[in-house]
Write a protein that binds this ligand. Structure first.
Ligand code: KIV
Length: 275
């Protein structure tokens, strides 16, 4: 059964936790779907983990469409959310609706996600009015890394904590169907999750959120350039991959790969004519 905005809402109402992971390619999306993950985010974190960029700022609409469509092709049950990249929605409401439409038509998303609080509510209202579900994203919003001055936990003082609560309520009022809370103190995220009626999806925001999301390369141990405190390693696939690459390298150099089992044959009478 396809996970939809209605599924997410029902899960919150029933107190069932929502699982989300990022994904950027067809093969991995099939594995995430087979595992029963409720939602996949094609995050602009692809700038970091797929393209090796220092931040998400250079990610383009074309990147999001290419990676997003690859994921969407694999997902029959999993809800696919595609991130709106930096400066694809900030300029104007018209720009936001146009680009959200492209992510749906060309990327085959089921919903889009954009970062920000009160300032992006006009965009959320207009995109939602066009029939496109919008996931909000507050707390640490990586597209504003230069304004924040680094990857810092948000909402630690009273003023900023109140601002985050108000932003969450404004996102809900603007029509968002869910929101990511990133790098927010666990107890504040729990308060926000109780104050809004739509699901909150936490990353570094504790267990009081309605769901959780992680970058899949982080949780599998595939991306090790840096590891945020909130990342739990559920596997060490990076080590296993390096060991497999090493074994392949050794076998190629020793001439033991390919062997007969991995080679094609030709009939002897055909072969004789070639000498
Ligand atoms: O781009 C991304 O992967 C995200 C998650 C960290 C929520 O926005």
């Amino acid at each position: 059964m396809k996970n939809t905005v209605a599924t997410f809402q029902k899960m919150k109402e029933n107190g069932e936790k929502i699982s989300m992971l990022t994904c950027y390619d067809y093969s991995t999306a099939k594995l995430e779907e087979a595992a029963g993950i409720n939602g996949i985010l094609v995050g602009d974190s692809l700038g970091n983990v797929m393209l090796g960029l220092p931040d998400t700022l250079s990610v383009t609409m074309e990147d999001m469409i290419t990676y997003g469509h690859a994921v969407a092709r694999a997902c029959h049950n999993t809800m696919v959310v595609i991130d709106m990249p930096f400066m694809s929605y900030q300029e104007s409401v018209e720009q936001a609706v146009h680009n959200a439409g492209r992510l749906m038509k060309e990327g085959r998303a089921n919903a889009v996600k954009l970062e920000g609080g009160a300032s992006v509510c006009p965009q959320i209202k207009a995109i939602t009015a066009a029939g496109i579900p919008v996931m909000g994203h507050i707390g640490l919003t990586p597209q504003s890394i230069n304004a924040f001055g680094g990857n810092k936990v948000q909402g630690k003082n009273e003023e900023r904590a109140r601002e985050l609560i108000e932003d969450a309520q404004k996102l809900e009022a603007a029509g968002a169907y869910a929101m990511v809370l990133e790098c927010v103190p666990a107890k504040l995220a729990a308060i926000i999750s109780k104050k809004v009626h739509i699901p909150t999806i936490g990353i570094g925001a504790g267990d009081g959120c309605d769901g959780q999301i992680l970058v899949y390369q982080d949780m599998l141990g595939l991306f090790t350039d840096y590891t945020p405190k909130f990342v739990k390693r559920f596997a060490t696939l990076g080590e296993q991959m390096t060991a497999a690459f090493k074994k392949y390298d050794e076998e190629v150099k020793a001439g033991t790969f390919p062997d007969e089992a991995h080679s094609f044959t030709i009939a002897d009478d055909v072969l004789e004519k070639l000498y």
